[in-house]
Write a new protein. Structure first.
Length: 282
């Protein structure tokens, strides 16, 4: 495998608990992808220390998809599906109550229907050119606060468009809507997040949208802002993990987003630093 990206979502109410993990994996060529899909599906059918053997299961509406399924003693049905698509594998894991197991096939089919065309138009970089890819072609990542070494992940230190930004959001569809309404096209992710709008009015719009949503939908309460920092708004929320402190600041066409757990002073320091960095943006 050369590279890949995954995303996940879950849905839970009194009647159902459903989850999906969706990924695209890239291989050197179509033959490698086909072989890997076959091998991974066969491996998934084997029992492990934690899981029983999977049952190879064909999905009528997905003849090219290799799927294994399992039923748990807790009443859960899950499916693992590998679909070769050129030099890629589209992978989808789905889980639902046994009574609603057909949903796993339906959501897998929906994911494939939407993912295939996106792969076909993706401007893939040749594998031997990976080292030449610029990290920050739009000079947005340079405006973030650097991530602490211990917190860095494979998703850190990167710049995303609206769909990528939505991946990291607790409300993806709302994030897409907010970025569209504010003409915001980029989000850089490191120790802080920095959004870039097409102009200063767009950043102001995004700032106001974020402020409204964090209180109305996310249940945060407005808190003290960092002293001496204009265009800032901070909020707090008690969670099982501790007190979550969240601040946003905007300057020019940029909006910065910072957070800290159980440390309002750190959140204020980060917001202040973020504002100073945004002030330096050209």
């Amino acid at each position: 495998m050369l590279t890949g990206f995954s995303t996940s979502r879950s849905y839970k109410d009194k009647k159902a608990d459903k989850s999906i993990v969706h990924a695209v994996l890239r291989f050197p060529d179509a033959e490698s992808a086909q072989r890997a899909a076959t091998d991974m599906s066969a491996d998934d059918a084997l029992p492990s220390e934690y899981l029983p053997a999977g049952v190879p299961t064909s999905i009528d509406i997905l003849p090219d998809t290799l799927t294994t399924t399992r039923e748990s003693s807790e009443g859960t049905f899950s499916s693992n599906s590998f679909t070769p698509h050129g030099q890629y594998i589209i992978y989808t894991w789905a889980s639902a109550p046994i009574a609603e197991k057909d949903w796993t096939a339906q959501i897998t089919a929906k994911a494939l229907e939407q993912q295939g065309p996106m792969i076909d138009k993706f401007p893939a970089t040749a594998a031997d050119k990976f080292a030449e890819l610029p990290m920050d072609i739009d000079n947005v990542l340079v405006l973030t606060i650097p991530e602490d070494e211990g917190n860095r992940t494979t998703s850190s230190d990167a710049v995303y468009g609206p769909r990528g930004a939505a991946h990291f959001s607790t409300n993806p569809t709302l994030t897409l809507d907010f970025m569209d309404k504010s003409d915001t096209t980029l989000m850089a992710r490191s120790g802080s997040n920095v959004y870039r709008s097409e102009n200063a009015d767009g950043a102001t719009t995004l700032f106001d949208l974020f402020k409204g949503d964090i209180v109305d939908s996310e249940g945060f309460t407005p808190s003290a802002n960092p002293p001496g920092v204009p265009n800032a708004a901070c909020f707090t929320k008690d969670t099982p993990q501790g007190t979550y402190n969240y601040c946003i600041v905007h300057q020019g066409r940029y909006l910065g987003e910072v957070s800290a757990l159980d440390d309002e002073t750190k959140a204020h320091q980060m917001a202040t630093a973020q504002y100073k960095i945004l002030e330096s943006a050209k």
